[in-house]
Design a protein around this ligand. Sequence first.
Ligand SMILES: [Fe+2]
Length: 188
Amino acid sequence: MSETQDSYTIRDLAEEVRRQMSIHGSDGPKLLDGLRDPISRILASDLSNVGVKREGNHIDESRYLYYDGEMSITFDHLPKDKDIPPHDHGTWETLAIYSGQLRHTVYDRKDDGGTEGYAELGVIDDRVLDCKDMAIVAPPADIHSFTALTDDTWSVTVVGGRYGVDRAYYQPDTNSYVRLNPKRQKIV
Ligand SMILES: [Fe+2]
């Protein structure tokens, strides 16, 4: 085990997430600023044999590194070339790339949200995340889509609270969305 792995643990990261949330609430950019260093320390450790199997929403291989009933830290294998369509979360979520490459797009709503089923999305961040890169989605801009570009794309994903029960899945081409429960219905 490396020095880094011994000296900075998942519990340390979880405590730091809680501390940052108590300071910044769900302010995405500020949370990401505060979490960049602690998450980087976890990315530098060997995660190949840690975690507990979890049922992922869009993916086949996901492991809990930490879960306390609200906040979670997971280690997720993102399947190559599988387009995960734009969706929201109802809470903030950070993706940090442990290995591989991820095309990642963040959106916000341009409409007023007043018409059920209708949504105009605007792209506010669209880039390829390389190893060690991070992105955050946080309400009101908690919508993202992504596609892994390599076979070995793994993410350390930190989620600040429970996901919304019914989450919106968007079709930007038609300015529309549907509400789906990822646990009950096959989304992609
Ligand atoms: Fe997501």
